[in-house]
Design a binder for this molecule. Structure first.
Ligand SMILES: Cc1ncc(COP(=O)(O)O)c(C=O)c1O
Length: 386
C-alpha cells in the first residue's frame, strides 16, 4: 500500500469486521440480515411531509453552519421537556449525522498521540474516528456476569487515566450490549473529569430506547454548562431516520465558535430542508417513539424466550437498544462463526470482535425488524446452533 502515498494514518486504520461481514452476506441474495444497526420502520409521514414542505418553500439553499436556528431552539426545548435540562440553543450544533457529530467533537479535542479511554464493547466506527484524529484508544471493557449482565468497574476506568488522557468516550446506552450508565456513575465520572480537565464525549444516540422508562440518563442531567462535555445524538434510531443523515452535538457554552470553524471546513453544515423534518420529529415524535419501542420489546421477549433457555447460549436481557448480544459455547472465533451462519443458514449478524478486543466470540443481532423476519432469523440460527 505504501506506493499509493495515502496518509499513513489512513493506511493503518484497523479493518472493520462488521462492515466486512455485511459485505460477505450481500454476496448472496437469500440472506436474512440482522447485522446492520437500524430499525425497519419507515420514517413517519409527518416528518417526511415537513421536509417536503420545506423543499417546496425553497429551503434548498445553504443554511447556517451549525444548523437552522429553529432546530437549535427545538433541541433546547426537547431537552427541557424530556430531560428537564436547561440547554441554551447556542450549545446545540446540528450535524449531518451522529457520526459527523462525533467527528466534530473529536476533531475539536484531539491532537496527535493524545489518549482516549473508551468503554468497550463499543461501536467500531467510533474507534475509527479516534484513529482518524491520530489519537490512541485505551480500551476499558465492561464486565459480564451471567446473572447480572454488563457492568462497569468505575475504579478500573478511572485508574486507566494517565497524563496523556484527553478524553473519555462513553456510549450510553451501549451498542452492542444495551448497558446504560447510571446517573450516579455519570455524576462520579464528570466530577472526576472536571477536576482533571479531561473531556467526556458521550454518545447518547440510544437514549430514547430504554425499556420501562422514558429515557436513559444523559450526562447533560449531571453537568454544568462549562463542563468539558460533548454529547452526540442522532435522528437515526428514535425517529427512524437513518437515511436522512441528521444528528446533533451539544457542547459547553464556550464551544460554539470552535465547532463552527470545524463544521465550516468539514461540510459547511447539514442539509437545509431535512432539518425541518428534524423539527417535526422532536416536536411531535413521542407517539412514534413509544410505538417503535413497543414493537422492539415484543421482539426482545421473543428472543429471550427462544434463546435464554439454551444452556450453550450466553445471553442477558438488555435494558435498552434494539440489539441482542450473545455468545454460543464453543464458537470463539466470531468471524468464522459469522461466515458459517451466512453459508449454512443464510443469516447475517454482526461479529462481536467488531466491538472491541474483549468481545471475541460474541455476536450482535439487531431485532428492530418485523416479527416475521425475526422468527425467520431465529429459525435459521437454530439450524446452526441447535
Ligand atoms: C453508538 C452509535 N453512535 C452513532 C451511530 C450512528 O448514528 P448516525 O446514523 O446518526 O450516524 C450509531 C449507529 O449504529 C451507533 O450505534
Amino acid at each position: 500500500m505504501a506506493e499509493t502515498n495515502f496518509r499513513k494514518t489512513v493506511q493503518n486504520l484497523p479493518p472493520n469486521p462488521g462492515a466486512e461481514m455485511l459485505r460477505y452476506g450481500w454476496q448472496r441474495d437469500d440472506v436474512v440480515s440482522l447485522g446492520q444497526g437500524e430499525g425497519s420502520d419507515a420514517t413517519p409521514d409527518f416528518i417526511i411531509e415537513a421536509a417536503h414542505q420545506a423543499m417546496a418553500q425553497g429551503k434548498t439553499h445553504y443554511g447556517p453552519v451549525l444548523g437552522q436556528a429553529a432546530l437549535r431552539e427545538e433541541i433546547s426545548a426537547y431537552y427541557k421537556r424530556i430531560f428537564d435540562v436547561d440547554l441554551a440553543p447556542e450549545r446545540a450544533f446540528v450535524t449531518g449525522s451522529g457520526t459527523t457529530a462525533m467527528h466534530l467533537a473529536l476533531t475539536s479535542i484531539l491532537d496527535k498521540d493524545d489518549e482516549v479511554i473508551a468503554i468497550t464493547p463499543i461501536w467500531k466506527n467510533l474507534l475509527g474516528a479516534v484513529g482518524l484524529a491520530q489519537a490512541k484508544t485505551i480500551q476499558v471493557p465492561l464486565d459480564f456476569d451471567h446473572d447480572n449482565g454488563w457492568s462497569l468497574d468505575m475504579d478500573r476506568l478511572l485508574d486507566a487515566v494517565t497524563p496523556k488522557t484527553k478524553a473519555i468516550l462513553v456510549v450510553t446506552p451501549s451498542n452492542p450490549t444495551g448497558w446504560a450508565m447510571s446517573k450516579a456513575e455519570m455524576q462520579r465520572l464528570i466530577n472526576f473529569a472536571r477536576e482533571r480537565r479531561i473531556w467526556i464525549v458521550s454518545d447518547e444516540v440510544y437514549n430514547r430506547a430504554l425499556y420501562g422508562a422514558r429515557h436513559a440518563p444523559s450526562f447533560l442531567e449531571v453537568s454544568q454548562k462549562d463542563d468539558l462535555l460533548m454529547t452526540v445524538n442522532s435522528f437515526s434510531k428514535a425517529w427512524a431516520m437513518t437515511g436522512w443523515r441528521l444528528g446533533w452535538l451539544t457542547g459547553p457554552d464556550f464551544a460554539e465558535g470552535i465547532i463552527r470553524d470545524i463544521a465550516l471546513y468539514d461540510n459547511m453544515g447539514p442539509p437545509t430542508f431535512t432539518q425541518f423534518g428534524g423539527i417535526a420529529a422532536l416536536r411531535d415524535g413521542e407517539d412514534f417513539i413509544m410505538s417503535q419501542l413497543n414493537g422492539w420489546e415484543t421482539n426482545l421477549n421473543t428472543i429471550m424466550t427462544r434463546l435464554n433457555d439454551k444452556p450453550h447460549v450466553e445471553i442477558y436481557r438488555p435494558e435498552s437498544t434494539f440489539y441482542s448480544f450473545f455468545k454460543v459455547e464453543g464458537q470463539d472465533d466470531c468471524l468464522e462463526f459469522g461466515r458459517q451462519l451466512i453459508d449454512q443458514a443464510g443469516l447475517s449478524l454482526a461479529p462481536g470482535c467488531a466491538f472491541g478486543a474483549s468481545c471475541k466470540g460474541w455476536m450482535r443481532l439487531c431485532f428492530a425488524v418485523s416479527e416475521a423476519k425475526l422468527e425467520s432469523a431465529l429459525d435459521r440460527l437454530d439450524k446452526v446452533i441447535g
